[in-house]
Design a protein around this ligand. Structure first.
Ligand code: ADP
Ligand code: MG
Length: 336
């Protein structure tokens, strides 16, 4: 969601002109800006985003994921990109012990998040859902073929995929890879708050990315990044309020099949890959502050910022010289 924004210069000291475009894709606002290169490169980047959206959207009736979800028990032949995204999501599901679960579509749809017809399912329905979300049952098969390789995805009965937690970061990686192959060394993309940078600004300096909170429209912190992804998950942009007066957000705990209820307002991951950052932003949000901190301390291959509803901020030591707080937080803690 749009919980981060980027701030950057229009023109640069070495005279490479900015070219940019913004549009709606993957159910969000997207923007692509490049320095050097041509407007054709922008069109190519845009085409790549639409290509991925058309493959993995759960709502477009001609997407590959829609086809799989309509006939889960079939051995569905898929494009390599779809295969790689599902494969990666399944690996990250194992890695995060199911905090990330790419098979959550039965849950997200039962709560109405796929149609915006929000509802709180009965406990009976929720108990049924628990039998339909076993990501270990996602079968991925590659076979050699005349054209190289064929890729297949098969699920169990009643299973359906939702790649919403990883898709935008994965698409960002593909776009930056493509731009890099076209010789571009400096680019910044923003997919609804997933900011991904290729290289540095053309003058060699870092990109500045604003981190937004749930309580303010202006950024509460600014981060300097080079060649990295800054990916945020938050509950403040996609939620509904039910008759019971409670607010239900779009991030789910697979153990309960209910929206996550914790004190996290937003959780940001800073790392080298969009797919990794996007998987982790959702998974760490699900885990909650304490477990997320332990997970980060055990791995250390990503940085993290947690902002809580009580206006506390926790960030990992690797960001110490890169983050500038613009707000008085009730507590600031550096995670070491
Ligand atoms: P956003 O898409 O708003 O940037 P996320 O990256 O956190 O935020 O992805 C949230 C989306 O992922 C939800 O809208 C839903 O489709 C799906 N989802 C929700 N909970 C989970 C989960 N625990 N594991 C995997 N996907 C999830
Ligand atoms: Mg995510």
């Amino acid at each position: 969601m749009i919980t981060t924004i980027f701030l950057c210069l229009m023109f640069t000291s070495c005279g490479k002109k900015k070219k940019s475009d913004s549009f709606e894709a993957m159910s969000t606002y997207c923007s692509v800006q490049i320095y050097g290169g041509s407007t054709k490169n922008i069109s190519q980047a845009k085409a790549k985003i639409f290509e991925i959206e058309n493959l993995v959207s759960t709502t477009k009736t001609d997407s590959e994921i829609f086809r799989i979800n309509s006939n889960p028990e079939a051995k569905n032949k898929v494009n390599e990109l779809t295969y790689r995204l599902v494969d990666y999501s399944k690996r990250m599901a194992y890695e995060t012990e199911g905090a990330l679960n790419p098979a959550l579509y039965p849950v997200t749809s039962a709560w109405g998040f796929t149609t915006q017809k929000y509802t709180v399912p009965s406990q009976e329905k929720i108990d049924e859902l628990k039998n339909c979300i076993d990501f270990t049952k996602i079968q991925l098969t590659e076979t050699a073929s005349d054209s190289g390789k064929d890729y297949f995805i098969q699920l169990d009965k009643n299973m359906k995929l939702d790649l919403g937690a990883v898709g935008k970061g994965f698409a960002g990686d593909e776009v930056l890879k493509l731009l890099s192959q076209k010789g571009i060394k400096s680019a910044l993309i923003d997919f609804g708050g997933n900011v991904q940078a290729l290289g540095t600004k053309p003058d060699g300096s870092a990109w500045r990315v604003g981190i937004r909170s749930s309580w303010s429209d202006s950024p509460v912190a600014v981060l300097e990044i080079k060649n990295q992804a800054v990916i945020t998950s938050g509950g403040s942009e996609r939620f509904f309020e039910a008759d019971d007066g409670k607010r239900y957000i779009h991030i789910f705990d697979a153990d309960t099949c209910r929206p996550v209820e914790n004190n996290i307002a937003s959780l940001t991951i800073v790392c080298d890959s969009g797919a990794y950052g996007d998987s982790l932003s959702t998974a760490m949000f699900v885990m909650g502050t304490e477990k997320a901190i332990k997970y980060q301390q055990a791995r250390k291959d990503f940085e993290m910022i947690i902002i809580t509803e009580d206006r506390e901020i926790f960030y990992t030591a690797g960001l110490e010289n890169k983050i500038r707080l613009l707000e008085q937080f009730s507590e600031t803690q550096i995670i070491r």
